[in-house]
Design a protein around this ligand. Structure first.
Ligand code: FES
Length: 110
């Protein structure tokens, strides 16, 4: 797992949804109810950009067709049978870091 610093996150500015490019991926850093989450930024239903969505009841809501995804796991709500990638987030010395699996992590997990 490689950890990437995400500059410019105002931890006092909750709630927020900020799209960042990190490790070759487009990721949403989401601040919601005093927690941080990191999810992929593309909706698996029809490819909408999720940064225009919002959070409700612990889920990220897609702005296109209102599909919802668990903020912690990225799992779609019952009946959707889909998910978005989720990433670990940590705060170190006041700075936000996102962890992304490397190729070696994936290969040696098997
Ligand atoms: S594109 Fe996101 S719910 Fe349809």
């Amino acid at each position: 797992m490689k950890w990437y610093p995400i500059p410019g996150i105002d931890l006092n500015g909750l709630p927020f949804i900020k799209k960042v490019k990190v490790g070759g991926k487009s990721i949403l850093i989401i601040g919601y109810e005093n927690d941080l989450y990191a999810l992929g930024s593309t909706c698996p239903h029809a490819g909408a950009e999720l940064s225009g969505g919002w959070c409700k009841d612990g889920k990220l809501v897609c702005p296109f067709h209102r599909y919802t995804y668990n903020l912690q796991t990225g799992k779609g709500s019952p009946g959707q049978n889909d998910y978005i990638d989720s990433y670990p987030v940590e705060i170190r010395a006041g700075e936000v870091y996102v962890g992304i699996e490397t190729f070696c992590d994936i290969v040696f997990k098997r």
